[in-house]
Each structure stands twice: as C-alpha cells, then as structure tokens.
Ligand binder design. Structure first.
Ligand SMILES: *[C@@H]1O[C@H](CO)[C@@H](O)[C@H](O)[C@H]1NC(C)=O
Length: 344
C-alpha cells in the first residue's frame, strides 16, 4: 500500500507532467498539425495488458447534497474493485450556475472534498454542461483549478488517446438552439464560442476527421446532452441531425452523456452504437419517462448512481450502480481480437 504522502507526491508529479504535456500541445504539436484542431492528450495505460477501466458520473456538484456523497462513496468502492484508470464527468459539474470564478469555494466543496476515496485520486476528464455555461466557463477550463486539485481537467472539446480506446469529448451545449432562442431567466457565458455556426461546424468537422483517422479498437464519444434519451429532456434533435450521422459513419461504439438525471441504456436494433446516460451524480428522482420504444430501452433508472466501463482489446463491459453499490444493469460486447482497420 502506498502511503498518502507518496500518493500525493505522485499525483503532483503527474499533474505537473500533464500540464507540461497540455501546454506543449497547445504551443507546438497541435499548432503544427493544422488538421487537428482538437487537443489530443495521451493516457498511457498503467496496466500490463493494456486494458482500461473507468467510472462515469454526471450532473453532480451540489456540495454533497441529494445523495452526491453517497454516490461518491460507492464510486470509491467500485473504483477500487475495478482498479480504475480515470473518471469521466459528463458535465453539469457545479450547480446551479457553474463556478463564479477560479476562487469559487464550490470547487472544493462539490469536488475535492466529496470524491475523497483513494481509488478516485486519478485523472478526471470533464466536459461542460448547460449549467456550467451559466457561470464563468473560463474558470472551469483554467489550469489554476488543476493546480488546486491535480485530478481536474476540463476542456470544451478534446481527444484522449488511451491506445486501445480513443475518447472524443464534445462540447454539446452550444448545439442546443433553445439556450440561444429561449434562455428564460438564465445568462449563458457564450464568450469563446461565437460566431456560433463556425464554432459548431468546426467541432463537427474535427470530430469527423479525427474519428476517420483513428485506428483505436474502441471509439467512445462523450458529451453532456443525450442523443437518444427517454428522460425528461428526451432526444437532442440538433445532435440527432448533426452529430449522430458522423458517429454512425465512423463506427463509434459508445456515446456517453449526462443531462437527464438518470441512468439509462438505449440501443437501437441492428445499430452497433450504444447510448449510455450517466447523469445520476446528485439530484434525481424526477419521475419523468418519455414515451419510447420499449425494445430500445435496456435500462431506465430514475435515481442516483454512476456507471463503470471496462475495456480490453477484444471486449467492452459496462455496468450501472445505485447509491448502495448494487448493480442495476450490465451489458457487454466483443470484437475479434485480430481485426484491425489495417487489413480492411
Ligand atoms: C437518496 O437515495 C435513497 C436510495 O435510493 C432514496 O430513497 C432517497 O430518496 C435519496 N435522497 C434524495 C435526496 O434524493
């Protein structure tokens, strides 16, 4: 067993290394390769066989309330059991209105002091949700937060290359028309994404080209908004029409999101892509289920919890858990170990 100070020292070292990698990327390699607008990060597997495992939680930052702390506790238990490599957050990281700035105490109170289990002291890859856009977006993207807690990494859209799997994180909030046409009482921080049409078409172009170039065995796309969902928010029509065709044309295996405060697995017959919602990080139990073809719904759970994903070169296994750590649903799929795009 590592003691706590070695662990902290390790974490500090890896955070420093990580910051160096990120800044090198932004200054040199990314700029040099004009086709890659999206930042690309490497996540080297710590495991000898190259396998990976991680947890996914979404819609969480409420200073421990609404069972956020209970979810965090069980994430710690399952995280240890699966020896996870990292954690993915599907956004809505801080309620109700994101962070006010880099000095907002919510960062500590809803993140650092909540996800305290040793197994969760790993890299966190975070995207932004619509609630995060109601605050200071630059604060969540700031390396200052990574300095405060070395696990933190949040970007708008980016790629994580973990060898057997490649992850495409997509900033989905600016796709949804209603935040622009009918913002209600909310003020969204759109600085950095205007002009909107150009911003969106660049994302789509970059995701398409990087997916095409990817020769990872497993391709996983992560965004805040659901593409297919039987939850309160339902399908996101802008993503169904603009993003989904790109994902299907490029053989994406999993689309993972939050936004609906539930745990959900949607799968369309004869289509390989699986739609997975992990948005049960805190406030749930909305009691809303939209009419949906029952043959497509593999799981719909309206309460709190999270998801795990385990990946080997030939197999992906997912599981959803409630606040007690009970498994609600499991699903897996395999691919021929030796088939690679090289021989096609
Ligand atoms: C916390 O979780 C329990 C068990 O699922 C549930 O009964 C309870 O309503 C939840 N509390 C809140 C505030 O959501």
């Amino acid at each position: 067993m590592e003691n706590k100070s070695t662990m902290n020292a390790n974490l500090l070292f890896f955070s420093a290394l990580f910051l160096v990698l990120v800044s090198c990327c932004s200054l040199s390699s990314c700029a040099a390769d004009a086709d890659h607008e999206l930042r690309r990060l490497q996540h080297a597997s710590a495991k000898a066989d190259g396998s990976l495992s991680f947890l996914v939680v979404g819609d969480w930052g409420r200073r421990g309330t609404y069972n956020q702390s209970r979810v965090a506790l069980q994430m710690g238990v399952i995280g240890e059991k699966l020896d996870i490599d990292f954690v993915i957050s599907t956004g809505d990281n801080f309620y109700d209105d994101g962070l006010t700035g880099i000095d907002d105490p919510a960062f500590e109170e809803s993140f650092s002091k909540i996800y305290t289990a040793p197994s969760l002291q790993k890299q966190w890859y975070n995207v932004l949700g619509n609630h995060d856009y109601r605050g200071n977006v630059e604060a969540q993207l700031s390396p200052v937060l990574t300095g405060l807690d070395g696990r933190w990494l949040c970007m708008r859209s980016f790629i994580v290359d973990a060898e057997i799997a490649e992850f495409f994180f997509v900033d989905t909030t600016p796709f949804a028309d209603k935040y622009f046409t009918d913002p209600e009482d909310h003020v969204y921080d759109w600085s950095g994404i205007l002009p909107r049409n150009e911003y969106l078409s660049n994302i789509l172009k970059d995701v398409d080209s990087t997916l095409k170039e990817s020769n990872a065995k497993w391709k996983i796309v992560v965004g805040h908004h659901g593409i297919r969902s039987a939850g309160q928010h339902g399908d996101t029509p802008e993503l169904v029409s603009q993003l989904l065709p790109i994902l299907e044309a490029n053989d994406v295996d999993l689309y993972i999101n939050g936004h609906d405060h539930c745990l959900q697995h949607v799968s369309t017959p004869n289509r390989p892509i699986q739609f997975l919602t992990s948005g049960g990080g805190s406030k749930a139990w909305r009691g809303v289920v939209m009419p949906y073809d029952p043959s497509e719904i593999k799981l719909y759970y309206d309460g709190q919890g999270f998801m795990s994903v385990q990946i080997t070169p030939s197999q992906v296994d997912i599981a959803f858990y409630d606040v007690f750590g009970n498994v609600l649903h499991k699903w897996g799929t395999s691919k021929d170990l030796y088939s690679t795009t090289m021989y096609m």
